[in-house]
Design a protein around this ligand. Sequence first.
Ligand code: ADP
Length: 507
Amino acid sequence: NIYFNEQLIKAMEFDSKLTLNFPDDRERKYRDYYYDSSIVTMRVSFVVVSLLIGLFGYLDSIVAGDYFTLFVEIRFLGIIPFLILVFGLSFTKRFKDYWQLALFLSYIMSAMGILMMIIILPDASIYNSGLMLVIFAGSLFIRLRYLAASMAGVISLVLYNLFALYFREVDITSIITNDFFFISAILISGFASYHAEFYNRQNFDLYNQIAVKNKEIKNNNVNLEKIVEKRTATLNSRNHELNEEVNYRKIIETELIAAKEKAEQSDKLKSAFLANMSHEIRTPMNGIIGFANLLHEAEDETELNEFIEIIKKNGDHLLNLIDDIIDLSKIEAGILEVHTKPFNLNLLTKEIYDLFLMENNVLEKGLQLILKDGMPGNEFYIITDQTRLRQVLINLVKNACKYTDVGSVEFGYSVVKNKLNFYVKNTGIGISDKLQESIFDRFMQVTIDNKPKRESTGLGLAITKTYLKMMGGDIQVRSTLNEGSEFSFSLPIEIVERSINDKEDEL
Ligand code: ADP
């Protein structure tokens, strides 16, 4: 036990140390195993032993003398045919059921045949004694189990003694001499085959146990693999979930940061805008109140008219400012709606043109005002939001006039399929590249420094862009500093075909 694993050794228990039988089902299995692993050796041994017994017959011809014929008959009509018979039977199906008995009988048959010859011719039997050694020790070779082999050996020995004593001629000394020889051979071969069988069975048992353990290990491995597989799958899916969660949180975090920045920016801009607005409102208000107080102190009619003109101008500016603020707050509140209807675009552009001919900037700076309609004639009917389009055009043309000191302001349009492309350009002060980036932003005006002092709220373009977006359009600017700017926007429209009646009217 100290050499081996206890559990394995414990399992090696025989029914009895004498028979070496297993106490249980193992015995049957062992016999099957023993047969299967022995049958070839057994057949070979039968051939070899038959040959040996036959060849020894040659020695008979030299020493047997008168008994030669008898000995040949014993060998070739007795022992060898019996061995050949068993050899032949070993190829039949049921041989397994009685093979040990057949081997047992073969053993006794061969032993008795040879012993007979020893009894008949004791003096010349040295070579036959050798052959007996082959038989006694050969039980291992023919695969006869140890107990049967030992019994066969003892039986042969007893029979030899009986026959030898029965044929009185045999010298008692020769019998005793042979007995010593035979007993030694039986003992030695008995011990050898006992141990051979013992270890054979032990090996068998150990192999069995290893097989059982292997199966257990295999099962465990399979189970383990399954568990590992399952755990891996769970881990993978958990990992996946976690990754998604992390990604989701990352997105939310970026969104939150962006929203926070936007809110902060917007808050800053709004505060600055409010501060600025109160200043912007105060300036024309001061003008109005100041000059209103001066009215009754006017020296003559000309001065009075001058004061009234200043009050009117400041009032207009204030009104514009308030209009812009109202528009913006409507946009902020999201209550602006688009109302489309058919109208004459060429009439609208003409109205705006006429309006700006009288505009202060144009008159004071002597600007040239140019209108280029894309469609000829007085009438070109389209469907879109007329009011918003008018506001957009007024904003852009007003800016163009405001930011031009000398030169011209030109506006016009072209129609490509169902798209209206408008442009408003001026030879003005231009807009720096940096400023171009922000002019359409709400409240941007507060961020501009060092610009020539002009009436400005910084709301016009933001409102313009929002209107265009609502109508499905968009606006761009191209400008070179000190040369001029061009604002262009496109708008999806529906063109109203003029009816035949209209044409007839025209004719
Ligand atoms: P406001 O003109 O009241 O400041 P806008 O939103 O209409 O507000 O214009 C934003 C800014 O864009 C202006 O302050 C001005 O600097 C610039 N800008 C707009 N139109 C022109 C133009 N035609 N030429 C040069 N600069 C312009």
